[in-house]
Design a protein around this ligand. Structure first.
Ligand SMILES: NC(=O)c1ccc[n+]([C@@H]2O[C@H](COP(=O)([O-])OP(=O)(O)OC[C@H]3O[C@@H](n4cnc5c(N)ncnc54)[C@H](O)[C@@H]3O)[C@@H](O)[C@H]2O)c1
Length: 358
């Protein structure tokens, strides 16, 4: 978290959404619900898509070019919701123009690019955040606090998984016919597979409460999907399953795994953090505002208590609050870059079938 050079004076934060596909709808709805924020422009390289999105969400102006938008409309901040490969150039362009930036995850395609974004954001002195959206769940914020307070003692062992089902089902429609899924399967379209897509979420989810990693041993797999492994311009070569054996900086061990081949789990994040004094257990299939804990007098009977967690501000509202207050914004680009370094190490580890130090 950092202090920014130019906090916004009282008045609405004027925001533009760049990239108006599926996830942009969530951004438009969340920002519209925040007092003191107005979405004043939408931009997409597909002009008709930007226009339709603007009409749907009551956004006054639509553009097909980021530069033209920055020249023509007064904005304070942008949210970058394009496919991953465009995060770097668009963020740099907007930071150069002095705009606060909320960028979708993964921050970039590699740690070197992520570092460029951190440096540019720091030079611009603006609020910079990466949308690790599961930080919005009350259970993870409460769990992080519980670990910090020492409720489970020293962390010794971590089990984290992110399971999706969309390659093995039509739970989110037919991936074979939808470009929003197809680019996620193609490295030529800037995808880093399931590891880059949602692996970043679970790495953040595990290390936010449990602390940083110092070693990663990763295996990636890309399973056959259709004859020829190609649909139109999309070569289906990006990984769909990843397992990481990890060592935390404090010596704790862990396993983090992620797949798009988990029938029965549309979108499930699970995390167990075992410490010297107890264990925390989070499972989104049970609820995102609740976790279980075993500690104290429950240790010897292995009994669990359920803890209900208070609502927390979401990333969108933390972004606007940071702009208005001039202070911080978490998770920031530096955190995005830290996760990106883990990703780079994971890819290097898979390539040489050996552990990689961070
Ligand atoms: N935080 C989360 O939980 C979450 C969830 C889903 C997606 N995402 C992220 O959001 C981003 C977008 O994902 P999506 O599912 O909305 O993809 P999508 O394919 O549905 O939409 C992307 C849009 O960006 C546009 N675009 C492409 N290049 C552009 C450019 N240079 N300038 C302007 N517009 C451009 C495309 O035309 C498309 O309309 C990805 O980085 C993805 O990882 C995050």
């Amino acid at each position: 978290m950092s202090t920014i050079k130019h906090p916004r004076k009282p008045g609405s934060v004027r925001l533009a959404i760049i990239g108006t596909g599926g996830m942009a709808n969530v951004h438009a709805e969340k920002f519209a619900a925040i007092k003191g924020c107005r979405v004043v422009a939408a931009c997409d390289i597909q002009a008709t898509r930007a226009q339709a999105f603007a009409e749907k969400h009551g956004i006054p102006q639509a553009f097909a070019d980021v530069g033209e938008m920055l020249r023509s409309v007064e904005i304070d901040a942008v949210s970058v919701v394009t496919p991953d490969a465009a995060h770097l150039p668009i963020s740099l362009q907007c930071l150069k123009a002095g705009k606060h930036v909320l960028c979708e995850k993964p921050l970039a395609l590699n740690a070197k690019d992520a570092a460029k974004m951190v440096a540019a954001a720091s030079k611009a002195g603006v609020v910079n955040m990466v949308n690790f959206s599961y930080r919005d769940w009350p259970c993870i914020q409460a769990a992080a606090l519980a670990v910090k307070r020492g409720e489970i003692g020293e962390v010794r062992h971590v089990e984290a998984s992110y399971l999706q089902a969309w390659l093995a089902s039509k739970v989110w429609g037919d991936w074979r016919t939808n470009p929003a899924w197809l680019w996620r399967l193609s490295s030529a379209h800037g995808s880093m597979g399931v590891l880059g897509d949602v692996g970043v979420h679970i790495i953040d989810y595990a290390t936010f409460p449990a602390g940083p990693l110092r070693e990663v041993y990763c295996r990636l797999q890309t399973f056959p999907k259709i004859p020829g492994e190609r649909i139109g311009e999309y070569h289906l070569d990006a990984n769909d399953s990843a397992t990481l054996n990890v060592e935390f900086a404090n010596g704790a061990l862990g396993v983090i795994h992620v797949t798009r081949w988990a029938p029965g789990h549309a979108n499930r994040l699970a995390l167990k953090i075992c410490g010297t004094l107890g264990t925390l257990d989070l499972d989104s299939d049970r609820g995102t505002d609740v976790y279980r804990i075993c500690r104290g007098r429950d240790l010897d009977t292995c009994a669990w208590r359920e803890i209900r967690c208070k609502p927390v501000a979401n990333n969108y509202s933390r972004f606007i609050t940071a702009i208005r207050s001039g202070c911080g914004g978490d998770p920031d680009f530096a955190r995005g870059a830290e996760i990106q370094r883990v990703l780079d190490a994971a890819f290097a580890s898979d390539a040489k079938r050996a552990p990689v130090r961070l």
